[in-house]
Unconditional design. Sequence first.
Length: 184
Amino acid sequence: MHASDVLPSVPTTTDDALAIFDAAEPVETDTMIGTWHGAELPTDHPMDGLLAASGWWGKQFIDAETVHPLLFPTRDGSALWAMNPILAFGGTDLARVAPAVKEASFVTPIAATRRLWQTGKSRARLRTTRYRGVDTATMQYDQLPINDVFRRISDDAVIGAMDLKGSPKPYFFVLRRDESLRLV
């Protein structure tokens, strides 16, 4: 999936992405229940390209207490598996290290070592929080200082702003509802 599959024009700066985000309607937490395919919105954020380089597929919201924030496709592409974000990002200053690693592809190494990264446990939860003056659905990582805040683009698409502690500006992505693959 690409951001252009969800947005009529893809922003290229933080200000442009914030304009789209701020103009979008808030999201109720119940709306997020389901499986969502994701894509980055490149806005010259230090993390731009990191999720694509990892092979990230999307997110799954089972209920408000059971969220898988990092889904990846199996090697054969027939299913999805959930990565434990603390193993991948714990203790890492993502905004600082991302520019150095995003040029490489980690799809094959991550797939080859899936059993080390995979988790069957929920690693985030869903709440309503106030962000930029609006109450909206927010995914809160359990063990990381990260909140993904959502606004509605359409009935089956949202724009997300990752509020990452220590980053002066949000990192943007889009999600489109996609129930075509199951979690293993």
